[in-house]
Design a protein around this ligand. Structure first.
Ligand SMILES: C[S@@+](CC[C@H](N)C(=O)[O-])C[C@H]1O[C@@H](n2cnc3c(N)ncnc32)[C@H](O)[C@@H]1O
Length: 396
């Protein structure tokens, strides 16, 4: 079930490392699929009826569903396993990267120095990385996104690339890029007349979901920003190893160093839920500023709590309570239309997108689903084989 990274920054694991990574990927698959299904049934059959007997009503909010589940031994076992599997994701890849720091950084530098290659990487040694990244090991990643272990280090990017390969147990695309392919193709099919001359991906990490935009819209000039220098160096080298031209910049999404009306599309994926609310608001205002009239802001994200049943709210907020993602629930508690209108977009320009995974379906099945319009159901945003990605945004 486990596949090696498909580009030439891939590091070869020893047999033991490989076995460990496969074990952790299988464990996550078991917890997130099999145990999650059992836990949901248990809630419906046992936990929610017991709560209703004690309280005179069934759990009506995500918080009440969480309160109902907290004493349940199966939920406790699920949480303990899932938390430990998350730590094990990083433990299963860091020793392999540690053994290869020098050769990996040399390969990255060689690619970044290639005068024939397109695209660019600009990092700023004086850049102040936000405390929301530096003060917590975000989703239990040791050193968060920003830590540098050597001069011009790129190992943070390598750890992320290899970790997400284990974490996703083959559910996020061959190159962990299904979200990028899905959203780029959704836009192509849903708005065939929409032209992209210049686009921005905010919070790109290693650019895995940026590159599909260049593949889908080859004429576009693609820019991507992040606050993490090691991830951006790795992203630049990774894009070059795939022959794709992207411009990576170390920059905060809350203060974009781009002129007004300079992009047709501002995209982000899995980004907003890692920002404090004030930074989300600042980014949305900046997105509105840098979009040309008629341009589109499109955020792939987890669905808002207001659209889900109490159990699904609780289930998706697990990461906020137990996975060092403190901004996750405050973001999902927002009204997403309001987030857009507060940033300057008109309410009638708000859009939502719900779609199956592009690289796991036939192009025809994907196109049929897109033309049917956004169908929200309890697979939306749930990390499983049946996942349907969710997105929202607005035209300027
Ligand atoms: C979960 S990752 C995003 C993953 C990626 N976009 C994807 O599609 O999987 C969040 C990223 O946001 C970056 N980040 C955090 N705060 C930021 C900010 N204010 N501006 C830009 N990037 C930021 C982090 O360094 C990290 O790389």
């Amino acid at each position: 079930m486990f596949k090696d990274l498909s580009h030439d920054l891939a590091v070869k694991p020893t047999r033991d490392e490989r076995t460990r990574q496969e074990f952790v990927a299988s464990l996550r698959h078991h917890v997130l699929d099999d145990m999650a299904a059992t836990m949901r049934r248990r809630y419906e059959v046992k936990v929610a009826p017991a709560y209703a007997r004690d309280h005179g009503h069934a759990p009506a909010t995500g918080e009440e569903a969480h309160d109902a589940m907290r004493p349940d031994p199966y939920f406790q076992f699920y949480s303990a396993l899932r938390y430990n599997a998350q730590e094990m994701v990083f433990r299963s890849v860091i020793p392999m990267i540690d053994r290869n720091v020098e050769s990996l950084n040399a390969r990255v530098q060689e690619k970044l120095a290639d005068p024939q290659a397109g695209g660019s990487v600009s990092v700023d040694p004086a850049f102040a990385v936000p405390r929301s990244v530096t003060e917590i090991d975000v989703h239990l990643a040791p050193g968060s996104y920003h830590t540098e272990y050597a001069p011009d280090d790129a190992t943070g990017g390598a750890i992320y690339d290899n970790a997400i390969n284990v974490f996703s147990f083959n559910q996020m695309g061959r190159d962990m890029d299904d979200i990028g392919h899905s959203f780029a193709n959704w836009l192509r099919l849903r708005y065939p007349d929409f032209r992209i001359a210049r686009m921005l991906d905010a919070g790109c990490t290693i650019g895995h979901n940026t590159l599909p935009w260049k593949q889908t819209y080859p004429e576009a000039e693609v820019h991507a920003i992040d606050v993490s220098a090691p991830c951006l160096r790795y992203a630049g080298a990774r894009a070059r190893s795939k022959g794709l031209e992207v411009h990576f910049h170390q920059m905060s999404a809350s203060a974009l160093a781009f002129p007004d009306a300079s992009f047709d599309l501002v995209f982000s994926s899995m980004f907003l839920h890692e920002l404090p609310l004030k930074d989300i608001r600042a980014f949305m205002r900046e997105a509105h500023r840098v979009l040309r009239p008629g341009g589109l802001l499109l955020n792939m994200e987890l669905p808002p709590n207001g659209r889900l049943q109490p159990y699904d709210r609780f289930y998706l907020d697990w990461d906020c309570y137990y996975n060092k993602e403190p901004y996750y629930k405050p973001f999902r508690d927002q009204d997403f239309v309001r987030l857009c209108t507060d940033a300057g977009f008109a309410a009638d320009k708000f859009i939502e997108a719900v779609m199956p995974r592009y690289t796991y379906n036939s192009p025809q099945a994907f196109a049929d689903d897109v033309s049917a319009g956004p169908a929200f159901d309890n697979r939306t945003g749930r990390f499983s084989q049946e996942i349907r990605w969710y997105g929202f945004g607005a035209f300027k």
